[in-house]
Design a binder for this molecule. Structure first.
Ligand SMILES: Cc1cc2nc3c(=O)[nH]c(=O)nc-3n(C[C@H](O)[C@H](O)[C@H](O)COP(=O)(O)OP(=O)(O)OC[C@H]3O[C@@H](n4cnc5c(N)ncnc54)[C@H](O)[C@@H]3O)c2cc1C
Length: 710
């Protein structure tokens, strides 16, 4: 074997899996050279998740980016002759109307995002999948493009590495585990192995379940947990002898039982002559700490395979026999069955992009086989062009705030996500139960008193309505509140919030906006930096105190984020971002400052220090006027739209910004009422210093004066 080089442009750690091999392939396709791939095991991997994946590829998802990566991967595998398009179905059990609704919704999403899914009857399902007991189902969703990676994703990984090595642009080293990533001055410098140190500019982590261990050596935590996934085999199944195929029937998913089934084809093929049954434990999923993964020499089967007992899956297995009776007729192949380890994340999404903590450390983690090549393409595009073709915010590692990467948070959220891999249908507004009350504003206890309906965003508890307003406001606005007839539409939604919005549009209301991220940027380079980052002019001739709603763009000119920037002085700005996107924006500001050498800035994250209230509605000004020392300060002349100023509200120093997020000046009934207000003061954003906020009588007066009583 060649000697480990001392230097390389890129080091890929975890070269032998489907993800590392796809990354190498796509980097080379994008013109990258001088790549070194390190692999702890053989190449292709004989210990990673790829080495024993079921290799299903379904395009059924509600997520556009996910459908993109799967469709790209299917086409990639197919072009190479590594794909059998056998089709696949997801069924709704006879008594499971909720699943049936979910399948219909999935067909809607699939159609919107360009897949060929459709609903089929039990009879059609039986014709396509003869192993089915059609009496068990009320309908199914059919995906004609679903299929299987053949002969295995593991062999595709091996071929991709071999081809990449043949180009002379990749040197791949099996049995060469990385030990540590060397970081200096916030930037990747090299990788340590037992065989020596490699100095490098870029590191890509594609280590699957081992990822957090290596990320920790760079002090860049990776929020991911390995999860045990039971996979069982039954046989011998001789019916498909003579077909010569690796799979004959379509893939079959019974999510109502958290399970899937497939045949393994003609007994003469490598893994043929069996029925494979996979299951996701929805009651009490087994998470494994990355540090507890065995070393290859200690593991009975493989580090990513753990022992399985039939008891563990018995209830689901019995239900599966009703649906696919063949499972009860064949013998259980205990020796082939196991719990395989795969990656889960706190929100179920992949973890990709550049580390928020370390420059040039890139992640391609928590990626399924069905998305492997698509993820490789996205990462290579991102590293080459600064952004991928599709908006990556839902997979960007930077979406996680530091407090969302702490061990307890990661464990608990991964546990919740693991329960939902197959069952039940997950509502887009479904709140998480864990990781709550991590960030609360000084108004929190008062909101609790008012019966707030809290949801969570970026660790903040956010009230979506108050029970205290129900008796008065629901009665007042009943005939104007849209009726949400469908239970799904009404789930996790409180109609009092519609009533509160109407009251606010007609009178005044106050909303706790403390989850907004607030960054103060000052220093000699502040103007140049923000002018570079923003689409709108925020410096130059923009006067002090003026606020501008603007966008940050990505390298392709696509919208990266929308935010508001207020010029506070020559080189003094306040940047206000949405809670969800705040950390991504913070990382971006820091990254661009570094890239452009605009180091003379002071970037302060004030989010946890300032409490923010929005005061909206036609009576906003007159309400506020009751509490400020000098009401003249609020006149249209003294406090024009989109400007900020200091106010004193009964002794509390407040930084107020006059802005609207509610569109009063468009032509709706809401806008008419807002425009009818004497001067169009529609929203005043008040930023109060946290420590100044004590439950004083002042606040009681303030609450009484506001329609929403918050
Ligand atoms: C039972 C089972 C069934 C599955 N079925 C499906 C399916 O049907 N469809 C689907 O899409 N997905 C499926 N998956 C998920 C899929 O297998 C994984 O998501 C995918 O294989 C992850 O690929 P990877 O390359 O990221 O990780 P891996 O394949 O685990 O590769 C990571 C590599 O990193 C290497 N490594 C670790 N430490 C080091 C180190 N220090 N230095 C160098 N290298 C290191 C490992 O040796 C390994 O080769 C299944 C998973 C399991 C367990």
């Amino acid at each position: 074997m060649a000697q480990l080089p001392k230097r390389a442009k890129v080091v890929i750690i975890g070269q032998g899996g489907i993800v590392g091999s796809s990354v190498a392939h796509h980097l080379i396709e994008q013109g990258w050279d001088d790549i070194v791939g390190l692999e702890k095991s053989a190449i292709p991997s004989d210990i990673g998740s790829t080495s024993h994946a079921s290799d299903f590829c379904f395009t059924t998802s509600h997520d556009k980016l996910n459908i993109y990566t799967t469709k790209y991967s299917q086409a990639f595998y197919e072009k190479r002759g590594n794909y059998v398009k056998c089709g696949g179905m997801e069924v709704a059990r006879a008594d499971d109307d909720e699943r049936m609704d979910e399948l219909r919704r999935k067909v809607g999403s699939g159609k919107a995002f360009g897949t060929n899914v459709s609903m089929i009857s039990p009879k059609q399902a039986k014709e396509l999948f003869p192993l089915l007991n059609e009496d068990c189902i009320q309908g199914a969703m059919w995906d004609p493009d679903a299929g299987l990676v053949v002969p295995r994703s593991q062999s595709v990984a091996g071929d991709l590495v071999e081809e990449a090595v043949a180009t002379g642009k990749l040197q791949a080293f099996a049995y060469t585990p990385a030990i540590r990533i060397d970081v200096q001055d916030g930037q990747v410098r090299g990788v340590e192995t037992h065989k020596g140190y490699i100095e490098t500019e870029y590191v890509v982590l594609s280590m699957g379940i081992w990822g957090p261990l290596m990320a920790n050596t760079a002090n860049s935590p990776l929020p991911l947990m390995p999860l045990e996934h039971p996979l069982l085999f039954f046989g011998p199944y001789e019916e498909l002898a003579g077909t010569g195929k690796q799979i004959v029937y379509p893939l079959f998913r019974d999510q109502g039982n958290s399970a899937y089934v497939r045949d393994t084809g003609d007994p003469t093929t490598t893994e043929g002559g069996r029925i494979e049954w996979g299951y996701y434990e929805a009651e009490d999923p087994r998470l494994v700490y990355p540090g507890a993964i065995s070393e290859p020499r200690e593991a009975r089967m493989s580090p990513s395979m753990r022992d399985l007992t039939l008891d563990q899956v018995m209830d689901a297995y019995e239900k599966a026999i009703e649906m696919t009776p063949i499972l009860g007729e064949l013998g259980w192949e205990e020796k082939h069955s196991f719990n395989g380890l795969l990656s889960v994340t706190p929100d179920g999404g992949s973890l990709m992009g550049e580390s928020p903590e370390v420059r040039n450390l890139w992640f391609c983690e928590a990626v399924w086989v069905k998305d492997g090549p698509g993820a490789g393409k996205i990462l290579a595009d991102w590293m080459t062009h600064g952004s991928p073709e599709m908006d990556p915010h839902s997979i960007d590692i930077a979406r996680h705030y530091p407090l969302q990467k702490t061990p307890d948070y990661v464990y608990n959220r991964c546990y919740e996500t693991a329960k939902k891999i197959y069952t039940p249908a997950v509502h887009p507004r479904e709140p998480y139960m864990t990781g709550r009350r991590m960030r609360t504003s000084p108004f929190y206890l008062r909101e609790v008193e008012l019966g707030a309906y809290f949801m969570e965003a970026a660790g903040w508890e956010r009230a979506h309505g108050y029970a205290a307003n129900e008796s008065t406001l629901l009665a007042k606005y009943r005939d104007r509140i849209p009726v949400r007839e469908h239970e799904w539409d009404a789930r996790h939604f409180w109609e009092v919030s519609n009533a509160e919005q109407l009251e606010m549009s007609e009178s005044v209301g106050m909303i706790n906006l403390s989850h907004f991220a607030i960054f103060d940027i000052s220093g000699d380079d502040a103007e140049t930096l923000l002018e570079y980052l923003s689409v709108a002019k925020v410096g130059g001739t923009i006067s002090h105190g003026k606020g501008v709603y603007t966008h940050f763009l990505d390298a392709r000119g696509g919208i990266r984020s929308d935010l508001t920037i207020i010029r506070r002085g020559d080189n003094d700005y306040r940047v206000v971002c949405g809670g969800d996107t705040g950390h991504r924006d913070h990382c971006w500001i820091k990254r661009i400052a570094r890239e452009k050498g605009l180091n003379n800035i002071r970037l302060q994250d004030r989010t946890d220090e300032l409490a923010t209230l929005g005061l909206w509605g036609p009576k906003a000004r007159e309400t506020l006027a009751q509490f400020v020392t000098n009401p003249d300060e609020l006149s249209a002349e003294n406090f024009p739209f989109a400007t900020a100023r200091e106010l004193n509200i009964q002794g509390v120093p407040v930084w107020a910004f006059r802005i609207s997020y509610v569109g009063e000046q468009a032509g709706s009934s809401i806008s008419r009422s807002a425009m009818a207000c004497e001067s169009g003061i529609c929203c005043t954003k008040l930023v109060l210093r946290r420590l100044a906020l004590k439950p004083t009588p002042t606040r009681a007066v303030w609450r009484r004066a506001c329609g929403c009583r918050t």
